[in-house]
Design a protein around this ligand. Sequence first.
Ligand SMILES: [Fe+2]
Ligand SMILES: [Fe+2]
Length: 316
Amino acid sequence: MTILIEQSAELGSQVEEQKCNSDTKELVLDGGFVLPKSVSQDGFVAPEINTFGKSFRDYDAQSERQKTVEEFYRLQQINQTYDFVKRMREEYGKLNKIEMSIWECCELVNEVVDDSDPDLDEPQIEHLLQTAEAIRKDYPNEDWLHLTALIHDLGKILLLPIFGELPQWAVVGDTFPLGCAFDESNVHHKYFKENPDYKNPAYNTKNGIYTEGCGLNNVAMSWGHDDYMYLVAKKNGTTLPPAALFIIRYHSFYPLHKAGAYTYLMNEEDVENLKWLKIFNKYDLYSKSKVRIDVEKVKPYYQFLIDKYFPSKLRW
Ligand SMILES: [Fe+2]
Ligand SMILES: [Fe+2]
């Protein structure tokens, strides 16, 4: 099956920069919520500088990158339609691209450059391990959460040629539901007006094709590394708990965990899982700091967790 998607000449977006409020100098997390610098509710002490020696998400809103950011949102919001995400789920859900272990994928994802991330000048594996190690320190007994952190961004391999080299707008950035009205909390939501679904009466009411409280599991989300990694984990029979799968699947769903939008689609299980997602999201940004990880030193621990929760080889 051939998937036709519009390729952008400017895939290098700085999507998440949008989330910085440069007036207040607040930290805006990868998960989207705003916290004052230094100590969060749980007493987690956040580093104040990233690997460039700059504050997280500290940027000039008027910078030239701004245009690229907006272009990213434009392409994403025009092209992520209900039909598109259905096709992508069907195609990538076949998991017929390659067979490899979780650790092999950690090494493969190192080849990915996520242009949307201004704080990251380290290999992806360092970001993954920094996130995991930071959570491990504060939640030593939740080993499933350590492993979840390690694998949460592995879906970015969709950017690589072997996976079809999807454009950035189909891999990274915020995610949102399709099949119901686009919420105004989506950044630059004005571009949704150019999305074919915007004028479709089946999709443009508050509930759209859904019923209130139907559960996020029944909602089609925009396609990206989140949903792909969820499919990989689920279809390869992981024994990770539901909260782990929820974190992997919705960690870029900023309109939900930042703005509290779309909550009417959630069921009770989602409400419970969202608590863990909010914990996780704090570490997803804060871990992008100067704390260097000795990969070889921590690898045996994570290999133990991989063996505990996954088969030795997975289909991707
Ligand atoms: Fe991510
Ligand atoms: Fe991440």
